[in-house]
Design a protein around this ligand. Structure first.
Ligand SMILES: *[C@@H]1O[C@H](CO)[C@@H](O)[C@H](O)[C@H]1NC(C)=O
Length: 222
C-alpha cells in the first residue's frame, strides 16, 4: 500500500516537474528572442537589408516617411547587421554592393545574457541612422540610443575620404578599415558622429549593450 502511494505521487510529481520545465522553457524562449523593427523616416524610398553570420542578405523596400519591416532574429543572431541604400531595388545583389558604401547597424544578439550593438562607419557612411533599445531599455551596460547623421554627404566628404557613387551613394572612410588610431580621415567622421565606430579598434564607448530579450529599432532618418 505504502509503496503504491509512493509510486503514484512520484509519477504525479514527475509529471508536474515536466510541465513546469516546459513552461519555463517556453518562457525563456519567448523572453530571450529579439525583434528588430527597421523604419524608414527618410522622405525617399530606400532599400534596407539585413544579414548575419548564419543568414545571407535579405532586403526590403521601405517607402518614404513610414515604411517599416519587422525582422524576428530569435534568441541568437551573431554578427547581425542592418544597412540601407537609396531607391526601390530590393535586390540582395545590390544590397551586397551597397554594404561597403554604407554605415552599418551591428548586433550580437544572445551572447551570454547580453546583447551588443553599435553603429559602424568604419567602411563608409550613407544614410542617417538611429538604433533604439525598446522593451528592456535601461538594463544592461550602456543600453540606450545611438545616432549618426551627416546632412550633406557631398560637402562632408573631403580627402582622403571619397564619394562612393551608387548603389550606396555614401562617403568611403578611407583609413577606417586599416588604421589602429584616429587619422584626419576617420576624425572627420568622429567629429560629426561621435557615438559611432570610426576605425576598427575604435570601440571605447561605442559598443552598447542590453540584457537579452530587448527589442530594437533601426530608424533611417530619425
Ligand atoms: C551639398 O553640398 C554640395 C557641395 O558643397 C552642394 O553643391 C549642395 O547644394 C548641397 N546640397 C544641399 C541639399 O544642401
Amino acid at each position: 500500500m505504502a509503496s503504491h502511494t509512493g509510486i503514484g505521487s512520484r509519477m504525479i510529481m514527475s509529471k508536474s516537474v515536466t510541465f513546469m520545465a516546459t513552461c519555463l522553457l517556453v518562457l525563456l524562449i519567448s523572453v530571450d528572442a529579439s525583434t528588430i523593427n527597421i523604419k524608414n523616416q527618410c522622405p525617399q524610398t530606400i532599400t534596407a537589408c539585413s544579414a548575419s553570420q548564419s543568414a545571407s542578405t535579405a532586403c526590403y523596400v521601405l517607402g518614404g516617411g513610414s515604411g517599416s519591416q519587422l525582422i524576428d532574429v530569435g534568441s541568437n543572431w551573431p554578427g547581425g547587421i542592418v544597412w540601407g541604400f537609396p531607391g526601390s531595388s530590393g535586390n540582395p545583389v545590390d544590397g551586397n554592393n551597397a554594404k561597403p558604401q554604407a554605415n552599418l547597424a551591428e548586433f550580437t544578439i544572445g551572447a551570454s545574457g547580453q546583447d551588443y550593438y553599435d553603429i559602424s562607419v568604419v567602411n563608409a557612411y550613407n544614410l542617417p541612422m538611429q538604433i533604439d533599445a525598446i522593451g528592456r531599455a535601461g538594463s544592461g551596460t550602456n543600453c540606450g540610443t545611438i545616432q549618426c547623421s551627416i546632412p550633406n554627404v557631398t560637402s562632408f566628404c573631403q580627402p582622403p575620404n571619397t564619394l562612393t557613387g551608387g548603389p550606396g551613394n555614401g562617403c568611403y572612410n578611407h583609413d577606417g578599415p586599416n588604421t589602429g588610431a584616429p587619422t584626419q580621415g576617420t576624425q572627420a567622421f568622429k567629429n560629426v558622429c561621435p557615438e559611432t565606430i570610426t576605425f576598427t579598434t575604435d570601440t571605447t564607448g561605442t559598443v552598447y549593450g542590453c540584457s537579452t530579450g530587448t527589442n530594437y529599432e533601426v530608424v533611417f532618418c530619425y
